[in-house]
Design a protein around this ligand. Structure first.
Ligand code: ATP
Ligand code: MG
Length: 283
């Protein structure tokens, strides 16, 4: 992907001081709660590929936030910075007031317990049954007895509609079931932050709608900061309470979902309506 090419768009100026970038870090939320996650002037390059270019992004507490943006724009790279799998070249990533890149290995191991992560394919272990997959984080990270583990695993499996399927192997499951299993596994440690990387990719519209409902229900019950990366504008409409539109490694606009869907910004309008005409091309 030609990251350096502005694609002929008058809005994509090379020095990055275009009006289309509106930064919202430090916004005081109506709830007055500090943001759960903050990116502050984050730069990240892979060789000559400058992916994050001074990213300022704040993801609120007790809310479902969507990060949307074109393919290759750095959404998955953001998630990896939040959980400390990647480090910024410059800038900082703050989670619940702590700088993730400054944590020692031991502190990072501790901090990771607060995250549930749902990777794109569910990332189940192929050699373990569904039940053992979902129990895995509890066995790895806690001293809980098998009885306590069983209670939690069975509850989470029922919650995602997989009660009774525990003996199945991952390759016996449909894509939608694997996602739900990944979701159940991401929840067993009662995470304060749950990160979903395209939970809806590869699902049919009905299963996508059901998964969106499930995310909303589970969030309503558990609270916390949920971050959902998606390409699917319908999903964003269904579950997004807060939306950040990422483009070329920075936020074009972010804010409450209802405001974003009313945005005057041509890029945001084009992206949220899925139109082919507008500043965004196939660069
Ligand atoms: N570990 C890595 N090493 C080198 N380049 C990487 C690495 N991870 C990501 N990139 C590059 O960073 C850019 C952003 O990747 P990222 O996976 O974050 O995109 P994305 O927004 O999640 O896209 P998609 O919507 O297609 O999943 C891409 O150009 C990708 O090639
Ligand atoms: Mg991605």
């Amino acid at each position: 992907m030609a990251e350096e090419q502005p694609g002929g768009s008058p809005r994509a100026d090379g020095d990055g001081r275009g009006d289309e970038f509106e930064f919202h870090t430090g916004t005081i939320r109506p709830s007055r709660e500090p943001d759960a996650i903050e990116f502050i002037e984050v730069h990240k390059s892979f060789g000559r590929n400058h992916v994050l270019r001074g990213l300022n992004m704040a993801l609120p507490e007790n809310s479902i936030s969507m990060i949307i943006g074109p393919s290759g724009t750095g959404k998955s790279v953001c998630i990896k910075h939040i959980v400390g799998l990647l480090y910024p070249d410059e800038g900082d990533v703050i989670v619940h007031g702590k700088s993730i890149p400054s944590l020692s290995d031991a502190e990072l191991f501790e901090a990771r317990k607060k995250f549930g992560v749902l990777f794109q394919d569910g990332a189940l272990f192929g050699s373990l049954t569904l039940w053992d997959n979902i129990a895995f984080p509890l066995r790895q990270h806690t001293e809980k007895s098998e009885e306590e583990i069983a209670e939690i695993v069975n509850r989470r499996m029922r919650e995602v509609g997989l009660g009774g399927e525990g003996a199945k192997m991952p390759n016996e499951l449909s894509g939608g079931m694997r996602k739900r299993a990944g979701f159940a596994r991401s929840l067993v440690l009662d995470p304060e932050i749950v990160l979903f990387d395209e939970p809806d990719s590869g699902l049919d519209p009905v299963r996508t709608a059901l998964l969106c409902e499930l995310i909303k229900e589970v969030h309503a019950e558990n609270g916390g900061c949920y971050v959902v990366i998606t390409h699917d504008i319908l999903s964003a409409r269904r579950v997004g309470q807060h939306i950040s539109v990422l483009w070329k490694g920075r936020i074009v606009e972010s804010g409450p979902a209802d405001e974003l869907f009313e945005s005057e910004n041509p890029f945001v309008r084009q992206f949220l309506s899925g139109a082919s005409a507008g500043p965004l091309g196939m660069e």
